[in-house]
Design a protein around this ligand. Structure first.
Ligand SMILES: NC(=O)c1ccc[n+]([C@@H]2O[C@H](COP(=O)([O-])OP(=O)(O)OC[C@H]3O[C@@H](n4cnc5c(N)ncnc54)[C@H](O)[C@@H]3O)[C@@H](O)[C@H]2O)c1
Length: 295
């Protein structure tokens, strides 16, 4: 008989991230049953039709009652309300985890609630994704060869931490443990700032109307590549921007300084400085690619 890593897992929010985790764990034969819950009923039905989850829960309270692991894969500002509801119904000693892109707010809100409810909370963030949303965009290979960051605290239960670590490894990820504050600062720089710039760039270019043309019709590959992430879900990014406010504002300020430097060099016609600016950037990017970026 197969010994499963997890007997019953409940995925709350069966979108790209929750759905892909479900598929990866099923493919690795690491779970016996995957139950899904989503406030978008159509999306939940699609998840069952596509085999992303085995069963759609009739009620989230009932679904989590005998679950070994519950994973919250909803937008970060929905985590608290969902956790308040599910922790009250989870069995004592069960494990609650999340996939949120910001960790300080989620941990400070959910950890005390979980502790009071006799549930072990382990915060996580898979460093992989696409610009697509919903169960239809989920695929089993999303986490393969990518990193997943866990941000345990001194209160974290070691068995629960090991279980969540093993779960992400089974999904194909390399697990990294990281301090919570460091996580939010690094992600503000490498993920959240680029999304803010991509959204701003699309708004800036699409509102340029001097010739009364839809100038996006004239966009080539570069614009498409650069702005792919601006097709990401606005709810998700509103929540990330609000929940990682401090680190993100610091990065936006830094970005403004570089943009101001560029503007000044263009304005003054300083070719040497411009060359140096672009050269420095090219060297950094080429070195990053040579290292083989994980996501
Ligand atoms: N997309 C990425 O690249 C990426 C990467 C890593 C982490 N994350 C994080 O993972 C989480 C999920 O992101 P996603 O890309 O899968 O989004 P998604 O939009 O594809 O899926 C989220 C799902 O949650 C459902 N939902 C929303 N509120 C809910 C609630 N209160 N109760 C139950 N279901 C609810 C939505 O209907 C949707 O189906 C977010 O916290 C996000 O920050 C996203």
């Amino acid at each position: 008989m197969t010994a499963y890593l997890i007997d019953k897992i409940v995925i709350i929010g069966v979108g790209l991230i929750g759905g892909s985790l479900a598929l990866a764990l099923k493919q690795a034969a690491s779970v016996r049953t995957v139950v899904g819950w989503d406030t978008d009923r159509e999306n939940l039905e699609l998840a069952v039709q596509l085999g992303v989850v085995d069963i759609a829960a009739d009620s989230v309270e009932q679904a989590v009652a005998d679950a070994d692991v519950v994973v919250l894969a909803v937008p970060v500002r929905s985590m608290l309300a969902v956790a308040q509801n599910v922790i009250a119904h989870m069995k004592c000693g069960a494990v609650l985890s999340d996939t949120g892109s910001v960790k300080q707010t989620v941990v400070s809100e959910l950890e005390p609630l979980a502790q009071a409810g006799g549930v072990n909370f382990i915060a996580g963030h898979p460093i992989s994704g696409t610009e697509r949303s919903g169960a239809g965009s989920a695929f089993a290979e999303l986490y393969r060869g990518k990193r997943c960051i866990l941000t345990p605290t001194i209160n974290s239960n070691i068995e629960a931490l090991t279980l969540i670590e093993t779960m992400w490894q089974a999904a194909g990820s390399e697990v990294v443990r990281m301090d919570i504050v460091k996580h939010d600062r690094i992600l503000a720089a490498i993920s959240h700032l680029p999304h803010m710039i991509a959204y701003s760039l699309v708004n800036s270019v699409s509102s340029y109307d001097r010739y009364e043309e839809n100038i996006l019709d004239f966009s080539a590959g570069g614009f498409r590549d650069f702005t792919r992430i601006a097709s990401s879900d606005p709810v998700m990014w509103r929540d990330i921007a609000l929940n990682n406010r401090e680190s993100l504002l610091e990065m936006i300020t830094q970005f403004e300084q570089f943009l101001a430097e560029l503007k000044q060099d263009i304005d003054s016609g300083d070719g040497e400085k411009l060359f140096e600016f672009f050269y420095r950037s090219k060297i950094s990017r080429d070195a990053l690619l040579a290292q083989g970026v994980k996501s």
